[in-house]
Design a protein. Structure first.
Length: 262
């Protein structure tokens, strides 16, 4: 246990002093800011008239200027934007050792290689959850300042549940990205996989088969796909969990058994 704690402490120190930490908070924080702009426009009749496409989208998604719609936007930002941002975080955490030439130093430490990988996954999960909590707090602040109205059918508990599940589903998809980071020995391979996964998730979901594609499931669950959320079933979550488990196992075994040359 002491070895695991030491590995976790080392990863935490490396992450908290990295400039990329605040970049991810700023990038992910655009969701509540843009959501606030969306709400502000919808409360202004003259602005709605000038923003035709925005009005059309709000009608299709049944959005209105209230807390329910605002929180739904924040949840959908996790299901869609989280695939990109969380994937970027996983790419950095697991690929930086190769880009900075410190992978061989980690492998030489008297610490279990599995403990090192577990520490990285723990930091990845904690980092991702911190982004979600930050957006929630920022959203509450912006919504309060804009004096967003209450919705009769709004349930904070229901929102928090959907938000939490969407977050967990999105975080789980980081394990395959971690594998591609150590397999590709850097950032490019995992970032390429993230980009492809994001594109395919949109295309496959639009075709009506997103419930069988792991990277589409968080977005569909968040409600970003509208009526397609009803297509999610036990097989959808099973495929996602198996994909996550396979990514974790592949990451651990590759880190332990592969010939690390750099």
């Amino acid at each position: 246990m002491s070895g695991q704690l030491q590995a976790l402490k080392a990863e935490l120190i490396k992450s908290q002093y990295a400039n990329i930490l605040w970049i991810t908070f700023i990038a992910f924080g655009l969701a509540p800011v843009m959501g606030g702009v969306f709400m502000l426009i919808m409360t202004n009749p003259d602005a709605i008239a000038l923003a035709g496409p925005l009005k059309a989208k709000s009608d299709v998604m049944h959005f209105s200027a209230d807390w329910k719609s605002y929180f739904e936007l924040l949840t959908q930002a996790i299901g869609v934007g989280g695939v990109l941002v969380f994937g970027f975080i996983a790419s950095w955490i697991f690929g930086r050792e190769y880009s900075e030439g410190t992978a061989k130093d980690l492998l030489a430490l008297p610490t279990s290689r599995t403990q090192i990988i577990n520490a990285k996954f723990f930091i990845y999960g904690g980092w991702s959850f911190a982004l979600v909590i930050s957006n929630l707090l920022l959203g509450l602040l912006i919504g309060t300042l804009l004096q967003i109205s209450d919705a009769q059918s709004f349930s904070l508990a229901s929102y928090l549940f959907d938000n939490f599940v969407t977050t967990v589903l999105t975080i789980l998809l980081g394990t395959p990205i971690a594998f591609f980071a150590i397999w590709g020995k850097g950032y490019l391979a995992p970032l390429g996989v993230v980009a492809l996964a994001l594109v395919f998730s949109q295309v496959i979901a639009a075709a009506g088969f997103g419930y069988y594609f792991p990277w589409s499931v968080p977005g569909l669950f968040s409600g970003a796909g509208g009526i397609y959320k009803a297509q999610l079933n036990s097989m959808s979550y099973t495929i996602l969990i198996l994909t996550s488990f396979a990514g974790y196992v592949a990451t651990v075994f590759f880190w332990k058994l592969a010939d690390q040359t750099k």
